[in-house]
Design a protein around this ligand. Structure first.
Ligand code: GDP
Length: 312
């Protein structure tokens, strides 16, 4: 299949987020019309607002990148926010999309939907084969419901809607708040601040041994546009970079990029989370997409962008 985006109205839900922003940038070259809704104009948690907005905006396609997101601590601290808001956002948008006959929807999940002890690298069919990682179960359960709802619309109503599962992401527009951010922006901030203040140590949560895979959001956006144009199917598709690092190695990479040597102090009072999280992206590669930048290059441009934007 090839879905031509030329002349189509594509709603990027969640355009202010890191992923949504990257998708908006990427779609600019496809010849379609990108539509967005500001938070003041549309509260995605409110069903009637979403229905009314969609009936008015009439998108041809939707990239559903809107979600309540956060790192390991935020998920632990605010379980209701992560479960309730995400369930409402996806249910409201998919329901309204069906009512308004939206032909293509790309729903975005996350690699944390997979069982904590899934065989690595994690293939798509690991979904729902074992218990989840408890620290982000709230978010994961909402996202699993979203994948199933997308599939249910395909099965019951013949909708050509699809889902993609990105691995851990980073890039411009990330959240740098230390209480709610993911590890990569958190460590960029910590090393940058240590450099500015001359601090001798940088604190890294947990043991530093967990393995994580990181993908730049612009690489993800490129893969998502590829899937929107080329993929049709019931099963969701993993989107990963294919390479993993320990949290310690990530900290060392960030130290090189920031240009500051500091002793790493591992804070054992903070959770490690899942021990390893590497996606099997062979399905995406078999479909024909394989364009990933290296971690150090990606971190370098992300650091430059954060300095330029005044985020750091
Ligand atoms: P996860 O991939 O869902 O577990 O989310 P995170 O990106 O928040 O955490 C990934 C790993 O990095 C976990 O083992 C964290 O304990 C570890 N980590 C080390 N330092 C930090 C930090 O400053 N912030 C965060 N969020 N995680 C950190």
């Amino acid at each position: 299949m090839a879905y031509d985006l030329k002349g189509r109205r594509v709603w990027v839900a969640g355009h202010r987020g890191m992923v949504g922003g990257a998708v908006v940038r990427r779609l600019a070259t496809e010849g379609g019309e990108v539509i967005t809704a500001g938070r003041d104009a549309l509260d995605l948690v409110e069903q009637t607002e979403v229905r009314d907005w969609m009936a008015e905006a009439r998108p041809d396609a939707i990239v559903l990148a809107a979600a309540k997101v956060g790192g390991i601590k935020a998920n632990n601290d605010f379980p209701v926010d992560f479960l309730y808001q995400n369930l409402m956002i996806e249910a409201n948008i998919l329901n309204a999309a069906h009512q308004n006959d939206v032909g293509r929807v790309l729903f975005l999940g996350s690699s944390c939907i997979y069982p904590k002890l899934a065989p690595q690298p994690i293939a798509e069919d690991s979904l729902l084969t074992g218990p989840l990682e408890p620290t982000n179960e709230w978010y994961a359960i909402a996202k699993i419901a979203g994948i199933r709802l997308t599939q249910a619309y395909r099965r019951q109503h013949g909708r050509d809607w699809i889902s993609a599962m990105p691995t851990n992401l980073y890039g411009p527009g990330d959240n740098y708040d230390l209480n709610s951010s993911h590890v990569l922006p958190a460590l960029l901030r910590k090393f940058h601040e240590a450099k500015v203040s001359g601090a001798k140590t940088v604190t890294v949560w947990g043991s530093g041994t967990p393995l994580r895979e990181f993908l730049h959001c612009d690489d993800l956006a490129d893969a998502l546009v590829f899937l929107l144009k080329e993929y049709s199917g019931h099963d969701h598709v993993n989107v990963g970079s294919g390479s993993e690092v320990t949290i310690r190695e990530l900290a060392e990479t960030i130290a090189r990029v920031v240009g500051y040597e500091a002793d790493l102090v591992f804070d054992a009072t903070k959770p490690d989370g899942t021990p390893r999280k590497l996606m099997d992206s062979s399905k995406l590669h078999a479909l024909g997409w394989n364009r990933v930048r290296g971690l150090e290059d990606g971190v370098r441009s992300t650091y430059a962008a954060a300095l330029e934007a005044g985020t750091l």
